[in-house]
Design a protein around this ligand. Structure first.
Ligand SMILES: *[C@@H]1O[C@H](CO)[C@@H](O)[C@H](O)[C@H]1NC(C)=O
Ligand SMILES: *[C@@H]1O[C@H](CO)[C@@H](O)[C@H](O)[C@H]1NC(C)=O
Length: 399
């Protein structure tokens, strides 16, 4: 009994010592093997060089160098990058990455056990970045694509996808011969969900616009989906001019959007990151919020970013973004993550009042002219989308 107590005391003091050591030397995390970030060069041949210089200076200003878990991961990348010309994060095979050891995380994050269960799952799986692709579309961008709609969807959202296909996301050639293509990014359903596999493969064959990866389609896996979006686009749609990333329950004024994109001069058009800009926000610390971020996970504010309901980026940025994304630890909120990656490329989001990710005024929600004046409105049901689409194309409507 007394021996057990002594042993416990010893284990406790060793843990405390390690914790203290890590607090004082966050850059040493690798050495102890607690956080798996490689310090050697191990660039894989598939990693393309970024077109643009990557700099952490602006991020350093908003991300304090303290003990919060993500902050420490970030600073070990900064250190790693300063030491190496070819920095990279170690790639974990999908089958072997799960899960970061619970005890190790408890040593790293003293209140890890008080994180909401889903958030714990998220942190444990942060190294899992290469889910196998189940359904691909190899030829989506065969012909030059002006605008790619890259829509985040979920296996069960068939009705929303169908509304998008029939309205603003219809594949085709629009104004001035501009080609528009749409793809939907899906994760997988859960073992406890009804099996939608047969229906999805039919949908994929019939419409040729479904992309699916084998990971649990959930809120906290949206950043993984964003990562897949960056990598897929670089690989299968490398010459696209503009990419729209957004939700499957938005309304888009496709003609208006094309006109806006065409109006940009080439320097604006090649470095575009446009949408509804959310200014230097702080993480939400209320555990009941779906965007809750524990203080010991991330401290500091967010960079400016565009609301994830829908924003547009230049195709030219995709390769550099995908490079940065491969380097960075995943952040649980996908649009904040995009803002972080953009900041490392020195790009600030451009504000455009046509993007209304928090909807327009209540009295304007059925107003055709208001919809014609905007580029994106979140959120609309499939039926509302169909009705509004017909209305804004009605030749009798003059606004
Ligand atoms: C698009 O590309 C395919 C094959 O790559 C070709 O057969 C087709 O004619 C092209 N369509 C247009 C409109 O250029
Ligand atoms: C993300 O997907 C992986 C793979 O399916 C799953 O193990 C994990 O629990 C998911 N994470 C969250 C937070 O849902």
């Amino acid at each position: 009994m007394r021996f057990n107590q002594r042993l416990l005391a010893m284990v406790l003091s060793i843990s405390l010592l390690i914790l203290f050591y890590l607090t004082v030397h966050p850059e040493k995390i690798n050495a102890i093997g607690v956080v798996n970030i490689s310090t050697q060069q191990n660039f894989t041949s598939s990693s393309l060089k970024p077109h643009m210089p990557v700099s952490f200076e602006d991020l350093r200003k908003i991300i304090p160098q303290d003990v919060a878990y993500w902050n420490r991961l970030f600073y070990s990348i900064v250190t790693n990058t300063e030491k190496n010309d070819n920095p990279s994060r170690r790639e974990y095979p999908w089958s072997a990455c799960r899960e970061e050891n619970h005890e190790v995380l408890r040593i790293n994050v003293h209140d890890f056990d008080s994180y909401p269960p889903l958030f714990q799952t998220y942190v444990k799986g942060m190294n899992c970045r290469s889910p196998p692709i189940l359904i691909n579309q190899l030829k989506k961008c065969n012909n030059h694509t002006f605008l790619l709609f890259a829509i985040k969807s979920s296996p069960a959202n068939f009705e929303r996808r169908q509304a998008v296909r029939e309205t603003w996301g219809r594949d085709g050639v629009y104004l001035n011969g501009r080609r528009v293509r749409t793809v939907f990014f899906l994760g997988n359903y859960q073992p406890d969900d009804p099996n939608l596999g047969a229906l999805l493969s039919f949908e994929a064959k019939h419409f040729g616009d479904i992309l699916q990866w084998d990971f649990h389609d959930s809120l906290l896996n949206l950043t993984l989906k964003m990562d897949m979006f960056l990598q897929w686009t670089v690989k299968y749609c490398p010459l696209v001019s503009f990419v729209f990333s957004g939700d499957d329950d938005v309304f888009v004024n496709t003609d208006g959007l094309i006109q806006y994109l065409e109006s940009l001069d080439s320097s604006q058009g090649s470095h575009l990151y446009v949408g509804q800009v959310l200014g230097l926000a702080s993480p939400i610390r209320d555990p009941r919020s779906k965007y809750y971020i524990p203080p010991t996970f991330y401290s500091g504010s967010y960079p400016e970013y565009t609301g994830g309901g829908g924003f547009v980026i230049s195709g030219e940025l995709m390769q550099s973004l995908s490079f940065v994304s491969k380097l960075f630890p995943l952040f649980p909120i996908d649009d904040v993550y995009m803002g972080l990656c953009m900041k490392a490329l020195g790009i600030t989001p451009k504000k455009h009042d046509g993007f209304q990710t928090f909807d327009v005024k209540k009295q304007d929600r059925g107003n055709v002219c208001v919809h014609k004046q905007h580029l994106l409105i979140h959120q609309r049901s499939p039926r509302e989308t169909e009705v509004m689409w017909k209305n804004i194309h009605n030749p009798l409507v003059t606004c």
